[in-house]
Every structure is written in C-alpha cells, then in structure tokens.
Write a protein that binds this ligand. Sequence first.
Ligand code: KG4
Ligand code: ZN
Length: 358
Amino acid sequence: MSADQKSQMVHPLILGIETSCDETSVAVLDPEGRVLSNVIASQVEQHATYGGVVPEVAARAHLENLPRTLERALAQSRVSLDNINIVAATAGPGLIGALLVGLSAASALAFARRIPLVAVNHLEGHLFSAFLTPDGQPAHEVVYPFHGLVVSGGHAELVRVEEERVVPLARTRDDAPGEAFDKVARRAGLPYPGGPVIDTIAARSHGGRVALPIGRLGDGSNDFSFSGLKTAMLREFEKRGVSGKPLDPDAIDPDLVDLFASFQRAIVDALLERVEAIYRTEGIERLALSGGVAANSELRARLAAWGERRRVSVTLPVRALTTDNAAMIAWAGWLRYRRGGPQSAETVPARSRWPLGS
Ligand code: KG4
Ligand code: ZN
C-alpha cells in the first residue's frame, strides 16, 4: 500500500458489488455510511416470462451489465477507481454463476489496485441495510446487540446480532415469505415479482377475511413455515376458478382482493407472532427489519406499531434499499472490515449456501 493509499484509509471510500441473484448493482459509500451512489441494473424483465430467476440467464446478464453499472456508479459518486480503498463483494449465498461474476471483478480490482477485498454474506448485507439513510445522509449508529428480521425472496431469518457474532434464532423450514408471494402470484396469473403486486392489491381490500392457516410447526420451535399457507391459497384459487391465465391486477374482483389481503395478513401475522415469541423469551431492545419483503406496507406498519406497544426501537429500512443493492454490501463489508473480521485474500470462493452466524 502506498503512502497516498495509507493516508486515504483514514477516510476510505468503499466500492460495493452485488450479483447474487437478479440485480447487478455497484455502489460507492463513505465510512459514515453515506450512499454516494447505488446503481441497480434489474433483470426482472429478462426473468418475468419464466415467473422466476433462471440461473444461466442471470449470470450472462450480470456479465453484460456489470461494466456499465460500475462506470455509472463511479460517475454518479464523482469518484475515480483510483480513489477507492476497499472493495466489498457478495460471496454468497446465491447463484454460483451469478456470484462469480461480481466476485471475480472485485478480486481483479483488489488485486490490480492492491487494496483489501471483503467477502460479504448477502444476508449480512440485508441485515445492516436497515441503518442506511436516504439522500446522502450518514447511516444511523449501529448499537449492539440488536435483533434482525431478514425477509426476502430466499430467506426468513430472525437473529440476534452481537458485536462479534450473529446468533440465529428462527428461520424458514420451507418457502421464504417473498417466495410465497411470488409463487402465489404466479399461480394466480399475476405479474412477477408477486410481492409488490399483492401489496398493492391488498391495499384495496375493504376488510373481508378469508380464513387461512398461519404456519405453525407444532414442534415448539420458532421456525417459520409458509408452504401450508401457499397450499391453502391454491385451494382457494381452485374454488374460485382462478386458473393461472394472466390476471390484470387492477381489474380483479373484490372477493379475490380480500383473498390476497388475507394472504398478506397471514404472512405478517406469522412474522409478528415469532417476533413476539422471541421478545417474551429473551427480550428485544432494538429490532431492524430488512430484505425485499421489508418493502411490504402492512409489515412495516404493523411492526412499527408493535414496537411502539412494546417500547422496542424498530428500524425500518429505506424502501429503495430493501431489495438487492450494492450499498448494503459496501456498508456490511465496511462494518466487517472495521471490526477486523476475517479478510480474504484475492481468491475468495463463492458459496451458494452460507447461513448467517456460520
Ligand atoms: O431481497 P430481495 O431483493 O431478493 C432476495 O435476496 O431474495 O427480495 C425480493 C423479494 C421478492 O420475492 C419480492 O416479491 C419481495 O421481495 N417483495 C415484496 C415487496 N417488494 C418486494 N414482498 C412483499 N411486499 C412488497 N412490497
Ligand atoms: Zn436479497
């Protein structure tokens, strides 16, 4: 590291790269967590016809999108590559081919510029994203310990975060909540991704309820299960003759609107029930919500209200940073680097599975 690079490390700039699933994203952050740029190239359209993410399509699209996403992120932050002091890239969990694209680019940058590369767990990225703020403000202070609820298309995890470790408390045994939203929407003929579509539809409900199961495992654990709810929804679709032919979300009948609202409510009920159970067993002082499903209006409103009732400080993520983005990767990478956590050499393996806390 040159003397110039050393002096820059007092106020380093962090480059984040995210390519674990279907968003190619590059961000530049300063050490106070100001998001100087966060460019996201979404592949949603490429995958929409399949109703889900196709791994090979994703890897190829990352390869095509990454160079210009990087250029745009640097241009928007008015930073040149020479001023970057740390590279943070998602190393897992995710699609191997997709991860390798971002990770190889990050390794090459770190190697060429002789700067550290931090391999970031995508879930840890989500976990700490709740502390980032909009409009170039510094991030909120991270006070340990705190509890984190990460709910996305691939995960539902409730964890306790201490300064030196993450302790898993509950996770999904089958579908993730975002996956349940997406699968149910797909079977109803609604556009992909289903979460935001169902969120909008549910807001039009006048309160009619359809009784649906809240996944309880019956084994005394706090783990989540959403597959029973999904199956119950498919049965409701059958009863109503919903066949999966394309449905216009703006023109569905009131009974179906109520059904989707009941489905969303059941998912939020399940999440809140488990948060309450953890609150009762070990206490929660601070709770940070994150992941794609953290954009859900009902979940945000009801978790905030729960926090007020229980006097728990609830941190809701900025909506734009709930789905996959590189700002959260840069931020989690920087926090890890600052804590002196394990830093990797230039060759870091991509990991399709990488549970939080391991
Ligand atoms: O975190 P994310 O971008 O990707 C994963 O790491 O999985 O989450 C994407 C998921 C999708 O399943 C999408 O349907 C869901 O987040 N999602 C929502 C909402 N916005 C996105 N689910 C419910 N309500 C929303 N408003
Ligand atoms: Zn994610």
